[in-house]
Design a binder for this molecule. Sequence first.
Ligand code: ADP
Ligand code: X2W
Length: 257
Amino acid sequence: MKPLVIKLGGVLLDTKEALNNLFIAINHYQKKSARPIVIVHGGGCVVDELMHKLSLPVVRRNGLRVTPKEQIDVIVGALAGSANKTLLAEAKKHHLSGIGLCLADGNSVNVTQISDDLGHVGHATAGSPVLINSLLQSGHLPIVSSIGITSSGEMMNVNADHAAVALAQTLDADLILLSDVAGVLDANKQRIAVLTTTQAEELITQGVITDGMVVKVRSALEAAQMLGHPIDIASWKDTDKLMALFAGQPTGTRMMG
Ligand SMILES: Nc1ncnc2c1ncn2[C@@H]1O[C@H](COP(=O)(O)OP(=O)(O)O)[C@@H](O)[C@H]1O
Ligand SMILES: CC(=O)N[C@@H](CCC(=O)OP(=O)(O)O)C(=O)O
């Protein structure tokens, strides 16, 4: 059975009740289904809060955080440290055997620097499935942060949607991108049930899809094309629909590629 990669991020990491509900759903699903789960996470909000406390500037370009050399250490601390361990703690509380990893562990996702302009921001591509598959076979729940390391040993900050796509490719897995919205919304703020590449690019041009959702939508469409099946963008807030979502029902926006 194909593994299921679930991408988490955003304010979820700061929302105790929603995290609790999500892990209840993961626990129930793991008891009911033989399908292994892998979590990939970001934590842009956790990074923003830390930057604010440290009086460091937050600069994003096309949805990606500009990450100067002198900031990569604190960003690694926030994502591979605080955010990763927050999720690991939640897994433990729900009696799930979480293993905290980053993209570089087991060379699961390969990362190269995108450009000097963005600094320590990585482009992610599929790597080796060996480590994560062996963890899944022994009943663990891998929880993977979006921090990667280049072949020359440089730490890179990877957008977590990009990281999730690359990891889903590594594992030939199904992929769900969870966010704080019901799905991709149209100009009237209504959830769009199904979206193709052409429709999505029109909505981006019209300014209906903006900010982080542009990266998410393009990542999902790329993944749908590469994996050969649709990808769902859905809400972590819809607790009662999570089990159905994990089982393959479209509760958010189904991205067709
Ligand atoms: N058309 C759209 N539909 C839904 N959300 C959108 C849209 N355009 C912009 N957004 C914004 O994108 C956000 C989700 O992207 P992002 O903040 O990067 O999510 P996450 O941190 O969960 O990965 C939403 O909270 C919303 O503010
Ligand atoms: C390069 C880049 O933009 N990295 C992201 C990584 C975290 C992330 O993507 O978190 P969410 O999924 O919560 O948005 C950042 O620093 O915010």
